[in-house]
Design a protein around this ligand. Structure first.
Ligand code: CA
Length: 642
């Protein structure tokens, strides 16, 4: 069903009349109605325009046969759309407050073939506009794609700061933020080519998935380099490359057996977005009488005692003055975001999504999004950034959790923030009942709260906090212990770029200092971490250590799929096993300044049946397992033999 333009003015008059609250004043009413009439005539005298349609194209054979197009152009709502293509039908076209928008609901039947067709827009004076729309053919196996899982090791990198593969794109004429490598908050020129050119590095390092901070167009003033102020949801930022460069990067990663996780943001977008000059409707974004920040208290969403006003401010307050806050309760916004994420999965061949600021968006919308996404891709993976400090608060956001309020997020992966904090302090403090080694044990013991403790992304640092090596007081022994723990405990570990070469930086100095350029990524860099040139002895040691552990992990079934059993730490020594029926790995972390030698009787429920083992880090062979020695501040990762 289509509404034609003559009706649209009545509808709009109605909406505006209500919003002006002019019921009681007949003079005002008459004046406003006359103005509407004049506006209507004026509108019809001016040519309508068609500036864009989003999604710009779609695919034949998607499971969900509905598709909503956002059409934008001057007075486009005065036109009537039509399509003549077998299997594609206009169900309705919807007028909204702003006459420059039209939303078209399409039905794309399962028998619609890939191909192109015209969407024609006929105006009141027979003005005629046309858009060539394409239904692409889906890649084989697209719906059956497998997302990342706990067998993966994820490498997080900030594209502007990793490698500048194409200095010619550092500056883009239509982008306001110009390159400035000397400025910690400026654009440094890193790009998709820089990432694509170093697939061999990722492969040899032993990571199996890449998570890039957002690479959408972010046309806002400094700082824009981080990518979280999106100004076009269908365009890769030209300073990173093109949409095709992005797809090519994913293809090259896949050729090396590496998955790609796309960072997306549903909570907010950059003020430089073209919407902000001409919003489709007033409630497209959450608006306040004056600028109001979020209170950043994500815990209010699960807190049964939270004040409504606190929760509202958490959700509807803006994340930053430069970032407009989406109102996902608006059904057009909701559909826009859902389709946008599916578009990228399908277009680029993604293996996963990392969703930013997860609890800041309407949680019922987020659950709906997950259902829609997994309806198209049942084995897809999404990890949500629910940045909360305690396990119960994080667990609230994992799918099928037994929440008292009945909420089910349908989100399959969460980040393990509590374990991140535990790793950050366990190696820096004395061993007590709940400190030191016991902190790791205690935190892992909270896993009963998770629906699935394997579906967790673990990490020691990321782009939002202090660099791990700084947290550890630049102590290489602690680094090795912590890395051994991170790469052998449950979950899918995520490593922040540069952590493998001991990059340092503290958040309070500014975000630019925890997101410095990866050495060797720029022409003429004096140090090159890709080749090893100029790395200090310690850096080279850490890189080799991490590489060895990651590559071993890649082939360890016990780590990738095995269960976890851990034992109460004694005298600062934490022992745990990852095991399957016929395979086991014993991990011993000696968080003491003295070496420890101990009997292994109390681990018999895991050791029975095994008689020897090899420390995969030092290649030390243990011809017996009854008594084991571990040097001071060291972890042993022992592959057990029958
Ligand atoms: Ca560049």
């Amino acid at each position: 069903m289509s509404f034609f333009c003559d009706r649209c003015f009545l509808v709009r008059q109605c909406i505006l009349a209500q919003s002006l609250n002019m019921k009681t004043n007949p003079f005002v009413k008459a004046f406003v109605m006359a103005s509407f009439f004049l506006l209507a005539v004026y509108g019809q005298l001016n040519a309508q325009q068609l500036n864009r349609i989003e999604p710009p194209f779609w695919w034949a054979g998607m499971k969900n046969s509905s598709l909503q197009l956002l059409v934008y152009g001057k007075d486009i709502s005065l036109t009537r759309p039509s399509i003549d293509y077998q299997g594609v039908k206009i169900k309705e076209s919807i007028l909204v407050e702003n006459p420059n928008y039209l939303f078209i609901n399409l039905e794309v039947s399962p028998d619609a073939k890939p191909g192109v067709f015209e969407i024609r827009f006929t105006g009141p004076k027979k003005i005629f506009l046309s858009y060539t729309y394409e239904l692409k053919e889906r890649e084989k196996g697209s719906a059956e794609r497998k997302g990342f899982n706990s067998s993966d090791a994820i490498y997080l990198l900030m594209p502007d700061r990793f490698a500048n593969g194409d200095p010619s794109n550092d500056q883009a004429d239509d982008m306001v933020d110009k390159p400035d490598r000397a400025n910690p908050n400026g654009r440094h020129g890193g790009d998709l080519k820089g990432i694509t050119d170093h697939m061999n590095y990722f492969k040899s390092l032993g990571v199996t998935a890449l998570w890039l901070n957002p690479v959408f167009e972010g046309n806002v003033p400094t700082p824009s380099y981080h990518g979280y102020s999106i100004t076009n949801f269908y365009r890769i930022d030209p300073r990173f490359g093109s949409n095709d460069d992005y797809k090519n990067m994913v293809d090259q990663a896949h050729n090396q057996g590496i998955k790609v996780i796309k960072d997306m943001v549903f909570n907010h977008f950059g003020n430089g977005h073209w919407w902000m000059n001409d919003l489709p409707m007033a409630d497209w974004v959450n608006q306040w009488p004056e600028y109001t920040r979020s209170n950043f208290r994500a815990g209010t969403l699960s807190d049964p005692h939270a004040a409504t006003s606190d929760r509202e401010r958490m959700l509807k307050g803006w994340f930053d003055i430069m970032m407009a806050d989406f109102n996902q309760k608006n059904p057009f916004v909701a559909k826009y975001l859902i389709q946008n994420s599916i578009w990228w999965v399908e277009f680029a061949g993604l293996d996963g999504i990392r969703m930013d600021t997860y609890p800041y968006s309407d949680k019922h919308f987020m659950a709906q999004w997950m259902k829609c996404l997994r309806n198209e891709y049942p084995d897809f993976s999404v990890v949500g950034e629910a940045w909360l400090n305690t396990t119960p608060q994080v667990a609230y956001w994992q799918e099928s959790n037994r929440n008292n309020d009945g909420y089910d997020s349908h989100l399959n992966y969460v980040f393990d923030f509590p374990l991140k904090y535990a790793i950050g302090s366990a190696f820096n403090e004395g061993n007590g009942w709940s400190s030191g080694a016991s902190k790791l044990y205690e935190t892992i013991s909270m896993d009963f709260l998770y629906t699935n403790p394997d579906n967790i992304v673990t990490f020691a640092d990321n782009h939002d906090g202090d660099r791990f090596y700084s947290i550890l007081g630049k102590d290489l022994r602690k680094y090795k212990m912590a890395m051994s723990f991170l790469l052998t405990t449950r979950g899918a570990p995520q490593i922040y770029y540069g952590t493998e070469i001991l990059m340092t930086g503290l958040e309070h100095d500014g975000h630019g200092f925890i997101r410095e350029d990866f050495p060797g990524g720029w022409p003429n860099d004096g140090v090159n971490a890709f080749t090893g040139m100029g790395l200090s002895e310690e850096q080279a040691d850490a890189q080799a250590f991490t590489k060895a552990l990651l590559n071993w992990r890649k082939n360890s079934k016990a780590i990738k799929q095995g269960k976890l059993k851990h034992y109460i730490p004694e005298e600062g020594v934490y022992v745990y096993f990852r095991y399957l029926q016929d395979e086991a790995v014993m991990v011993i972390i000696n968080n003491n300044e003295e070496s420890r030698t101990f009997k292994t009787d109390r681990f018999s429920e895991n050791l029975d049946g095994y008689s020897s083992g090899t420390d995969i880090i030092t290649r030390t062979y243990f011809d017996q397992l009854r008594m084991i020695s571990v040097p001071a501040m060291t972890a042993r990762v022992i592959e057990l033999k029958k």
